[in-house]
Structures are given as C-alpha cells and as structure tokens.
Design a protein around this ligand. Sequence first.
Ligand SMILES: [Zn+2]
Length: 341
Amino acid sequence: MIRRVDVDDLCTKLAQRGYRVAPYHAGMTAEDRKESQDKFIAEEVDIIVATVAFGMGIDKPNVRVVIHTGMPKSLEHYQQESGRAGRDGLEAECCLFYSGGDYGIWKSILRKVESEEAREIALSKLNAMYSYCTGVTCRHRALVNYFGQDLDEASCGACDVCLGDLDSIEDSTEVAQKILSCVVRLRERFGADYTASVLKGSRDRRILDRGHDALSTYGLLADVGKGTTRDWIEQLVGQGSLEKVGDYNVLHVTEVGWRVLREKRRSGCSVLRGGLSRRPRWRPMRGRASIAVCSRRCEPCARTSLRAGTSPPTLCSAMRRSAIWHGVVPPRWRPSCRCVV
Ligand SMILES: [Zn+2]
C-alpha cells in the first residue's frame, strides 16, 4: 500500500520547493538508506519522507512533527510511528490524513492473507484504526484504552476532539438516520457511492432504471454535496453503525446502526462534518524542525502541513481526505505497548 514511488515523488517535490529532505524506503540500497538516516539524525536534512520501513532501529528524540499522508493498517502501527514525535518530552505534533479509500485499499490487501485467523485479526485491527480516525473520542484516551490502559484526566487538552476543533453538526443523529434508512431501503445491496448518489437525488441512469428515485429516502440530503454525504457514510462505518460487506463493499446496517435507527434524537451517534473546523494549533516552527513524513500519495496535503500556520484540512477536504490531529503526547499517557505487529 505504501508505495516507494510516492516517497520519491514527494521527496523530489519538497526538494524543488527548497526543503532539505531525504527519502527512505525498502527499495533503496542499504547504503543509501543508511545515508538518508544518518543525514536525518545529524540534522543535515530537516525532513525524512519514508515508508513504514523507516526508523525501526533509530531513536531520534527531537522529531517535532509526524505527518501521516495515509491511514496505517493498525493502531499498533500508528502508535509506533506517531510515537516518534516528541520523545524528548517537548512540544510535538502528529497529523493523520485519511480517507475511505485507504480503508478500502487495506481491506483488499488484508483479504489476501491466507490464514483465516490471521486475516480476521488483521481486519479487526483495521476496523479499530478506521474507528479511531472517524471517532469523536479524545485521541489520547482512545489510544491508551486500545492498549488496555486509562486516562485519568477528563480532557487531554491537546487533541482535535478535546480542543473542540471538530466541527460536529447539530442534527447528527437525524442525518445518520437518513443515511441508515436509505441503506435499508436499498435492501443493503449497494455501496457507499451509490447510496450517496441516491441521497443526493442524482438523475443517474442506473438509479432511474432501478426505480430508486421513488424511494422515500431519495434526495433526502440533496442540499449537501455528495462528497460530504460520502464522508458521513465512511464515518458511520468507522463508528460501527454500518459495515462494508463482500468484494463490492456493499453497505449493511449493524446492530449499532439499528439502535440508532430505532432511537429518537438522542442516540449518541455523532457524525462529523469532516475533520477539523478551523486550523489546528500549529505554531510557526522555530529554527529547523525535524519532520518525519510517512508518505504515500497526498503530496499537496503534506506540503501544506509543512507551511506552518496554514490549515492542511482546507486542501485536504478538496481531496476528500479528512484529518485528525493531536499535539504533544505527555510520556505518562503513552501506552506502554510499542509492539509492531
Ligand atoms: Zn484529547
């Protein structure tokens, strides 16, 4: 999933814009990889653009920013990778860009795992990762809970959820019910894109031919963009109200989803408008900052993130990518498990 060619591509573009940058991926020779790593450690470059192959053996304490331009396949991986930020205990930031597409790609890869038991475990870890992205629980709390620990404080005061940066919509439950209801009316036989088109009231030939323009849920979300509805559907998947089934990722309503459908307004279901509502508390970087970028393909997002003081999600939302963000992770909140599966 994490393509080497994208590392090279992003690296080239960042270098063209004047950043001191080095690549790192498994396709390079051991010598070249060591050279990149040494340059990063010696601060001859400020940014390392890398696949997950990077950094297993190094412990550079003063990494200030870790940016994921795609979703990792598990929280174990995310923890290990984002945990490279701020090991010196000073301020550090982590930003993760994700999309429903990431989930789909990982799912198709993990389906090929031969052992049924290993496949089930990998898919459940993937679901946990996606829930983390689309969830509305404090990022630090969600992480430590996943690793079997707890966060005593009511708020971490350092993530997009706790800082109120998420733009949740007022009628979340109602919107969720409209979407879930549409999935039911479509007899749980269609995917997210088609469902979003029906909710949008699309005049697509496929919809008209099947008579889905006569459904009571047709056009229920006509006043919002299809991309937004698509994003909400992904969030409902991440929150466990919907699941994607089979090779075609057909949407099914889960037990949780049925509870949301049956309940009145206060079901506790939250749908977010899409990532951060205003720019995160990014501060201008003083001097040279060491930045590790786990890169895949979202070069513009990473580029924007690097311009301190600008808002990555602005560009990101145009690409239907959402962002989650957390600031410095106090060492005491870091889960003790740092294994990489
Ligand atoms: Zn928090």
